[in-house]
Design a binder for this molecule. Structure first.
Ligand SMILES: Nc1nc2c(ncn2[C@@H]2O[C@H](COP(=O)(O)OP(=O)(O)OP(=O)(O)O)[C@@H](O)[C@H]2O)c(=O)[nH]1
Ligand SMILES: [Mg+2]
Length: 398
């Protein structure tokens, strides 16, 4: 085995699983010399690796050919090996590269190494390229793309240039505003969680099934049908929502002798705590008595939309008796599907994503958000300058 060349790295850049092709990236000082040992081109002409060139040939471990591949020369130290998409072939090529001294990395780690060598990119631009792969919606990818060279990057550069002439309070208030927009942008970029909660038998599971268009959760007319939570991911315009159907919350069930009932009540409460939005489903054909105080307490600090279900039946719920915190109501029939489109629109409005301007400057990573918080707290211009320099050019960790 050759000496390990720790300055050279390899990673599978394409997704896991079987595909027509996969790409293994080789990057670093010894990339070319490693490639010369394991790649045999079909062309009899002497092999030259010029940036922009694509070569056809075979990857071989001397004893046998592993695969026929094309090698894209992306730079003096950077090569994309495009092989056939069988994961076993990909693993064999990675093993061979490792034997030749390349250190295996994840795709994100290698991309970070490649991007950070590009001196024309500031740190926010590098983070943007890395984060784009994780965005859940196309609007999310655009928000991220807008932060490099424009958006947050431009804003931070301007603050830094004009620091002497600008009062700190003015920068702090703009940074605060960006942090607020970032919360909404985060929902569009990384998705959000809407928990379907409410008393037993109000139609929560029927609503989940209606929203995801398939029978994911069991529906019966027996109180306490849902025990463990069930979730489904749905797209509504620019938003990817994970809807979670929970066990009906009920005083009687939570104090039951039955351990499963108790555990399912506890689980539903836990899930509620992590919700970006609660859809509180009530049965519009029953009186207000269905709503117990305990349930109200659990959603007290949450964004709540009150969903009055079973609106196909005669109404018995007096909405005037609903507490102020539940005044935002919407009538639906989960069984028939009426009102569900309006519910989705209300969800987007309540979360603030409906009118969100994707050109807004936002912080889309915890590093950026923490630095903006530090900027809001900065006590001197020197401190502000050092925070801004770090925001634009500081290191990131992958
Ligand atoms: N008429 C009418 N019945 C509905 C509607 N939605 C649900 N139901 C019925 O209400 C009963 C309870 O529905 P589920 O979806 O299981 O209710 P749930 O809230 O998940 O019940 P738990 O899991 O026990 O808390 C079933 O018989 C449903 O068919 C509706 O919009 N209209
Ligand atoms: Mg249910």
């Amino acid at each position: 085995m050759s000496q390990p060349s720790i300055n050279t790295f390899a990673a599978v850049m394409t997704g896991k699983g079987t595909g027509a092709i996969s790409t293994v990236q080789l990057f670093g000082n010894s990339a070319e010399s490693i490639l010369k040992k394991i790649f045999v081109p079909v062309s009899p002409k002497p092999m030259t690796f010029e940036p922009g060139k694509i070569l056809l040939g075979e990857i071989t471990d001397v004893i046998q050919v592993i695969d026929q591949v094309t090698v894209g020369c992306e730079g003096p130290n950077s090569f994309a090996i495009n092989c056939h998409g069988n994961p076993l072939i990909v693993a064999d090529i990675m093993k061979l590269l490792e034997q030749q001294g390349a250190r295996p990395l994840t795709a994100e780690q290698l991309l970070y190494k490649i991007l950070s060598e590009n001196k024309s990119l500031d740190t926010i631009a590098v983070e943007a390229r890395l984060a784009q792969a994780r965005a859940r919606t196309i609007e999310g990818t655009k928000i991220i793309a807008n932060q490099a060279g424009a958006g947050l990057s431009k804003e931070a550069a301007q603050w830094l240039t004009n620091l002497n002439a600008t009062p700190l309070e003015k920068i702090a208030s703009s940074a605060e505003h960006i942090l607020q927009s970032s919360r909404t942008a985060g929902l569009i970029i990384y998705g959000c969680t809407a928990v379907i909660a409410g008393p037993p038998n109000t139609g929560k599971s029927t609503l989940l099934n209606r929203l995801c268009g398939k029978q994911k959760a069991i529906v019966t007319d027996i109180k306490g049908t849902t025990r463990d939570w069930v979730s489904a991911e749905c797209r509504t315009d620019s938003l990817s929502v994970k809807f979670i159907d929970t066990a009906g919350l009920d005083e009687e069930l939570s104090t039951s002798e039955d351990d499963i009932e108790k555990a399912s009540q506890q689980k539903a409460t836990e899930v509620l705590q992590n919700a970006d939005l609660v859809l509180l489903v009530l049965d519009n054909s029953q009186t207000i008595e269905q709503l117990d105080r305990r349930l109200l307490g659990k959603v007290a600090d949450k964004k709540v939309l009150t969903v009055l279900n079973k609106s196909d039946l005669p109404a018995r719920l007096d909405t005037a008796k609903l507490p102020q915190s539940l005044a935002e109501t919407i009538q639906i029939s989960a069984k028939l599907g009426t009102g569900v489109e309006t519910l989705l629109r209300k969800i987007r409005q309540t979360l603030g994503v409906a009118d969100f301007n994707i050109q807004s400057p936002v912080a889309f990573t915890p590093r950026q958000q923490n630095l903006l918080k530090e900027l809001v707290e900065a006590k001197s211009k020197d401190q502000a300058a050092s925070v801004l320099t770090e925001l634009l050019n500081g290191p990131i960790r992958v």
